[in-house]
Design a binder for this molecule. Structure first.
Ligand SMILES: Nc1ncnc2c1ncn2[C@@H]1O[C@H](COP(=O)(O)OP(=O)(O)OP(=O)(O)O)[C@@H](O)[C@H]1O
Length: 259
């Protein structure tokens, strides 16, 4: 089966720091892949490279079998790979509805014009449907600055999904969200993702979240993938316990891990 996303010998150095070392990842359609790793392990670097935000030092990236290296983030999004960021990237002074309408207009056309009306009936209906799916309809007309953190994360992911991508990369979807809110947030996200039939890769520090939602887990350490497989097997791997989750007998290096 053709991989939806494939990286071949992907490397990235920042001076003396190796942030990605020979990353060979093959993700097939429909997988829900989790990415874990200690702080500075190279998780965001990986996402930034495959979404066009960071040029790799060497290697190849294929999306649906086609090379995308050197393509702009916008071109990659339009090709069908959308992403969210650790900190929700919303227009803070605008309403939630207007944020979604802008995301939709940008997904519809390579050159959205602000001279054309943004508020068409069709776009508003589409935005309202996604607000419902993400259970944030009550914030439709609120200005983003008045929206709680958990809902902002949901709206950010809804904005990535509104353009109907084939693949979604989420950089710490539950960061900045209280422990009590995490499961509700991820249930909502995963139910929307399943409904849209989207392949997902997400970075996560909470091992309970990982166990609950992923079908496959990649463990990063010092720019390398040290384990790749079903979540139970990866979380039981001795190297992962020693170097990532801090549950082995060796040293712990993950400030953010919880289990
Ligand atoms: N723009 C940059 N310039 C220099 N070094 C960088 C840059 N971006 C990342 N690094 C370094 O590359 C390494 C990997 O960083 P990265 O942000 O990918 O880690 P991470 O696993 O996402 O960490 P976290 O969980 O803290 O977000 C780290 O040593 C980091 O300091």
């Amino acid at each position: 089966m053709t991989a939806i996303l494939e990286t071949r010998a992907l490397c990235k150095s920042f001076g003396a720091v190796t942030a990605a070392k020979d990353l060979n990842v093959r993700i097939t359609k429909g997988e829900v892949v989790g990415v874990i790793g200690s702080n500075g392990a190279g998780k965001t670097t990986f996402i930034n490279m495959v979404t066009g935000y960071l040029p790799p030092s060497s290697g190849e990236i294929l999306f649906n079998g086609r090379p995308i290296l050197g393509h702009t983030p916008r071109a990659i999004t339009r090709a069908g790979m959308a992403r969210s960021f650790q900190v929700a990237q919303l227009f803070p002074e605008l309403t939630v509805l207007d944020n979604l309408l802008i995301a939709l207009a940008a997904a519809e056309s390579p050159r959205p014009s602000f001279l054309r009306p943004l508020r068409t009936k069709a776009r508003i209906a589409r935005a309202e449907t996604i607000l419902e799916e993400f259970r944030v309809t009550r914030f439709r007309d609120a200005v983003v600055t008045a929206v709680p953190q958990g809902a902002r994360k949901l709206i950010d992911i809804a904005m990535a999904l509104i353009g109907e991508p084939q693949m979604l990369l989420l950089d710490e979807p539950t960061s900045g969200v209280s422990v009590e809110e995490k499961t509700g947030l991820m249930d909502t996200v995963m139910s929307a993702v399943r409904h849209h039939g989207v392949t997902v890769l997400f970075v996560e520090h909470d091992m309970d979240v990982v166990r609950r939602y992923v079908s496959r887990l990649l463990a990063f350490y010092s720019g390398e993938i040290i384990a790749d497989g079903p979540p139970t097997a990866v979380l039981e791997d001795q190297k992962v316990r020693d170097l990532v989750t801090g549950h082995g007998h060796g040293k712990s290096s993950n400030k953010g891990a919880s289990a």
